[in-house]
Design a protein around this ligand. Structure first.
Ligand code: TXA
Ligand code: MG
Length: 354
């Protein structure tokens, strides 16, 4: 049974009771999903191997893909990590609580080795969400929390998505409404005096540069890897965020040509009896006709695209669409993270119109 805590329209003392109960679940070694400012996480006590194992089991997550550890205050780092590079201190002061995860070398054996997949490093962040922060404070332990989806599926941005994937497989879920940013935190590692972006996310490269214009920033996530290679971030090698439908991205400089290509592909697919969907923008959705046309936000507003991306991918599945054609968005600001996720969701099936 999955316990559901709902706070919409609840009085503040009821919310407090729910927070305390959720925190107790974590201390007891149970798994609970909760909202963060990025996506819903599936949390458990990071010092309890049995509890962490239950996260991997519920998600069907490969055991060599480590989990991010969530804390409430930066003072908790002292017990967990060896050293804090100066550049991290500067970035943490500017960006925590917030959507950025730092990779540290592990100090003690307090954390279950299952959390870090046996690695000597650990990813840690302080989420910027009132419910997440209060649960973390009340639990009073580091909480490992990957996104609360079945491995490989789009990350959940509302409680319903979590239940669709994990109902009955986890001990509880805290429904705090829809998450703000809509895609995961930026993961960074400081290696050889350079800041490596392992996963683009809520904090943009431009923002990192603005805080420290001197440090060299490497887009490590662009490095193509094969499954036999050991990447610096194990999550890089797995298929991710995918709808059940086949997803193809159409991109190109000339938007008119992109649209024509999509229209042609829809016609062809429908002739073959394939239920086809189009994933586009508010500005262009009226151009199209298909079994389902959905906008994932405004082309002029990459934050809105990030916010709706995963929910829209899930909607195509629930509507029985088996082939999705998606218009790519410009890779500026958080648009970089949107395209990173969309490409992974498409298994890199991208048609570029020259
Ligand atoms: O926004 C987020 O980060 C969400 C919310 C719930 O906080 N969490 C999340 O966790 O996205 P997850 O497990 O779905 O993604 C963690 C990513 C994976 O790509 C993993 O490989 C990488 O972080 N990672 C974790 N620990 C690492 C480490 N020690 N070294 C390199 N990469 C690591
Ligand atoms: Mg994930």
């Amino acid at each position: 049974m999955t316990k559901l805590w709902t706070i919409q329209s609840s009085a503040s003392d009821q919310i407090e009771d729910a927070i305390q109960e959720a925190a107790m679940y974590i201390r007891q070694g149970k798994t609970i999903a909760f909202p963060t400012e990025t996506v819903y996480g599936l949390g458990a006590d990071a010092t309890n191997t049995g509890a962490i194992q239950r996260i991997f089991n519920a998600k069907g997550r490969p055991s060599d893909n480590p989990l991010i550890v969530h804390i409430a205050k930066s003072t908790q780092l002292e017990n967990l990590v060896n050293e804090i590079p100066n550049i991290y201190i500067e970035l943490m002061e500017a960006l925590w609580p917030g959507p950025i995860t730092f990779i540290f070398s592990i100090k003690s054996h307090k954390l279950s080795p299952v959390v870090t997949a046996g690695m000597s490093t650990v990813g840690i962040r302080i989420p910027n969400h009132p419910i997440a922060l209060r649960i973390l404070e009340a639990a009073n332990c580091p909480v490992a929390a990957p996104s609360a989806n079945i491995s490989g599926r789009p990350s959940p941005t509302i409680a319903r998505h979590v239940l669709d994937d994990l109902d009955g497989k986890i001990d509880g879920i805290f429904d705090g409404g829809s998450t703000g940013i809509g895609l995961e935190s930026t993961v960074i590692a400081y290696v050889n005096q350079k800041l490596h972006i392992l996963r683009p996310g809520g904090v943009t490269r431009e923002k990192l540069h603005e805080i420290n214009p001197k440090v060299e920033i490497v887009n490590a996530y662009q490095h193509e890897i094969d499954v036999n290679e050991k990447p610096i971030s194990p999550g890089m090698k797995y298929a991710h965020y995918s709808p059940k439908a086949k997803l193809e991205i159409i991109s190109g400089k000339n938007l008119y040509d992109v649209k024509n290509c999509i229209i042609e592909k829809v016609k062809e697919a429908q002739t073959n009896g394939i239920k086809t969907g189009i994933m586009t923008f508010e500005e262009s959705k009226h151009h199209y006709n298909a079994d389902l046309v959905l906008s994932y936000g405004q082309l002029s507003n990459p934050e809105s695209l990030a916010h709706h991306l995963y929910a829209v991918l899930r909607t195509f599945d629930t509507q029985g669409i088996t082939y999705i054609l998606a218009e790519s968005c410009p890779e500026v600001g958080v648009g970089v993270a949107v395209m990173n996720r969309l490409r992974k969701a498409a298994g890199n099936l991208v048609t570029v119109i020259e």
